[in-house]
Write a protein that binds this ligand. Structure first.
Ligand code: ADP
Ligand code: GN1
Ligand code: MG
Length: 366
């Protein structure tokens, strides 16, 4: 890979001379590297280099979307008195001025400025981080509220259509491509018992009750770079799925990940519980930014959206396990099954806490 990195980076308009690259971060989709460059009379600099997952994304469409979104955000950030090179991603073009580089084998790479002095969290950290994460994603949503959604391509079709995800699980069970159904009987039953969750949001999406908004759609806590000293959100990253969706997807997905007392990969299920303090803090932060735009139906469904998004990701992990681990990056054979179990344990805990979650929302909404 070292050789490949050095032959790829030379196509980008990066500053200085390439020294070395190393695998970086915990994303499940793209291959991410930190690449280091030395500069004359100045300290070395690093960039993020990513091999775009072209099994999932059309690189051309994807990068056009990201360019549109980041250009738009940079103007907003400037008007807010922020730092446009720190508070959103900056694409480093190729030497020919393209948004990405395609090699002879069809691998597609992109480069971003590395945003230094930040930290990402893999599970609930503390209430300050949760509140700031809520504020950061709420603010991101607000910044994009007047972005013309028609300009954006849908980078992954039916990304948050839980019903479509459920059908994919049914198909995977019926096909049983890897003979793994017998190893996941309990998990399949757990999912099938909850089919009723699937259409609660999609049946109203696009109406006045749950309007389409330009949303991030992948609001994991590790998709925010945070200031390690203050815990403030510095930059929302992973803009691959920014497209029209529901605000409930962003709220629900953040809490699925950031209000879990354990990481997504935890296999000791006794540790996997929903943290109401983190949920409350996230909601407070999010509401500071989003309160005035939320409809009554969206407000009523905020708590449920956490269950829904956990269900959706859980069934995606389970379907991927049954299909032979073709989508999410895994490190061992039962990885996706373990992740599904983790999500399902979290659902059980949230189901038992739903009334309390709704009470918390009511109090914050006032
Ligand atoms: P994936 O789509 O695979 O999740 P991400 O775009 O989220 O990939 O990147 C993976 C990780 O790389 C992030 O969680 C973060 O730690 C790090 N990262 C990505 N972009 C930057 C950046 N511009 N500056 C600093 N770190 C970054
Ligand atoms: C993937 O790219 P990453 O690792 O931030 C996935 C999300 C899932 C998440 C589960 C494009 O997110 O939808 O919720 O894994 N992203 C894509 O951890 O499928
Ligand atoms: Mg990511």
């Amino acid at each position: 890979m070292a050789e490949e990195i050095s032959s790829v980076v030379k196509h980008f308009a990066a500053e200085g001379e390439f020294i070395y690259g190393e695998a970086y971060g915990c994303g499940h989709i793209n291959d991410t590297y930190a690449v280091y460059f030395k500069r004359e009379d100045r300290s070395p600099v690093r960039y993020i280099l990513q091999r775009i997952n072209t099994a999932i994304f059309d690189a051309e469409e994807l990068m056009k979307n990201i360019k549109l979104v980041t250009d738009f955000l940079k103007k907003k950030i400037e008007n807010e008195g922020g730092d446009p090179e720190r508070n959103t991603l900056s694409i480093i073009p190729t030497k020919e001025g393209a948004l990405y580089y395609r090699d002879k084998e069809g691998n597609c790479f992109r480069m971003y400025l590395f945003i230094e002095d930040t930290i990402t969290y893999q599970s609930a950290a503390n209430v300050t981080v949760s509140k700031n994460a809520g504020r950061a994603f709420g603010h991101f949503q607000k910044q994009l509220s007047d972005f013309d959604a028609k300009k954006l391509k849908e980078t992954i079709k039916n990304f948050h259509d839980t019903g479509v995800r459920f059908k994919a699980l049914q198909n995977a069970v019926n096909k049983d491509a890897c003979g793994r159904v017998k190893l996941a009987k309990e998990e399949i039953k757990f999912a099938f018992d909850r089919e009723g969750y699937c259409n609660k949001v999609t049946s109203l999406l696009g109406t006045d009750k749950i309007p389409y908004r330009v949303t991030h759609n992948d609001t994991k806590l590790n998709n925010i770079l945070m200031d390690p000293k203050t815990g403030e959100g510095v930059c929302i990253i992973d803009l691959d799925t920014v497209m029209p969706g529901s605000l409930l997807y962003d709220f629900g997905d953040s809490n699925r990940f950031g209000s879990n007392n354990a990481t997504e990969d935890e296999t000791d299920l006794s540790k996997v519980t929903f943290n109401l303090d983190m949920f409350k803090a996230y909601t407070e932060g999010f509401m500071e930014e989003a309160k005035d735009t939320l409809t009554d139906t969206e407000t009523e469904l905020l708590a449920f959206s956490c269950i829904l998004m956990t269900f959706e990701v859980g069934i995606r992990f389970l379907a991927d396990y049954l299909e032979g681990d073709v989508y999410f990056k895994t490190t061992h054979e039962t990885h996706n099954l373990e992740r599904a179990r983790n999500q399902f344990k979290l659902i059980e805990d949230m189901e038992s806490k739903l009334d309390e979650m709704n009470e918390i929302i009511k109090k914050i909404r006032g």
